[in-house]
Design a protein around this ligand. Structure first.
Ligand code: ADP
Ligand code: ADP
Ligand code: ZN
Length: 216
């Protein structure tokens, strides 16, 4: 099963993918995570990517396509994967099509998590992430047991640089213009599945599972 998880920033992609990859034994491929990890490791790619990320802008298509291309060639991505946050532009979607075609493969389904703008702002401003394992929390909607500490690994929770209000606004605008056209792109192919993201974590998850019931 090769799935793409779509939705505006803050829709709940990361939260839902944490469970999906475990339950369906999928390899998680999150470009945002890959950039942040490269930055933490002091890699040139990460430092360059962070100059875009901090401002809430999209990283250059060529840079992004190249890290995904390399990632897809690894053995653990051969059979099943879940893409979170890639593609985000039509150029990237076309590049992904080309990569998969070369591998004699294609996407099984595109899950689009649909949420209101008001919920997005609330979700993003309250988001906290573990420095060590990247688990995601929310100050009100999913608080950790101990304030500032990850339930899963004891790591320190922090607010992402790009989750400040100004950057969030910019990311939403970019989503509207650059990423929204992808919904139509995948709908035309008949692989798009819309899921109502304005529900509890568990209900969103149940709807995603239902949408994937007949997918192999
Ligand atoms: P994305 O990866 O799409 O940007 P996240 O999964 O990081 O989104 O979720 C954004 C924030 O909203 C996080 O703080 C998360 O805990 C919270 N969140 C996600 N899904 C829900 C939900 N169904 N109800 C309430 N809060 C949610
Ligand atoms: P969110 O789910 O909250 O939008 P991500 O972790 O997916 O956050 O992405 C964080 C940032 O990383 C994006 O705002 C963007 O700057 C960069 N990024 C991630 N994926 C891509 C992509 N496919 N193309 C360009 N930039 C990307
Ligand atoms: Zn952790």
């Amino acid at each position: 099963m090769k799935i793409l998880l779509m939705g505006p920033p803050g829709a709940g992609k990361g939260s839902q993918s944490e469970r999906l990859v475990k339950d369906f034994d999928l390899t998680s491929i999150s470009t945002g995570e890959m950039f942040r990890e490269a930055y933490r490791n002091g890699e040139q790619l990460g430092i360059e990517a962070m100059t875009y990320i901090e401002r809430g802008e999209l990283v250059d298509d060529d840079i992004t396509n190249e890290i995904v291309r390399k990632r897809l060639l690894r053995k653990d991505a051969e059979r099943c994967f879940l893409l979170d946050g890639y593609p985000r532009t039509v150029t990237q979607a076309e590049a992904l099509d080309g990569m998969l075609k070369k591998m004699n493969s294609c996407l099984s389904a595109v899950i689009n998590i649909v949420v209101d703008k008001t919920a997005i702002l609330e979700r993003m401003v309250g988001r906290r992430v573990c420095k060590q394992c990247s688990a995601t929390y929310h100050l009100s909607f999913r608080p950790p047991k101990v304030r500032g500490v990850c339930d899963q690994c004891g790591g320190e929770l922090y607010q992402r640089e790009d989750d400040q209000l100004e950057s969030v606004q910019n990311r939403l605008n970019i989503y509207e213009t650059k990423t929204n056209p992808l919904i139509n792109y995948y709908d035309k192919r008949g692989i798009l599945k819309n899921v109502n993201g304005m529900q509890s974590f568990a209900d969103v998850y149940a709807d995603i599972k239902r949408a994937l019931r007949d997918i192999t």
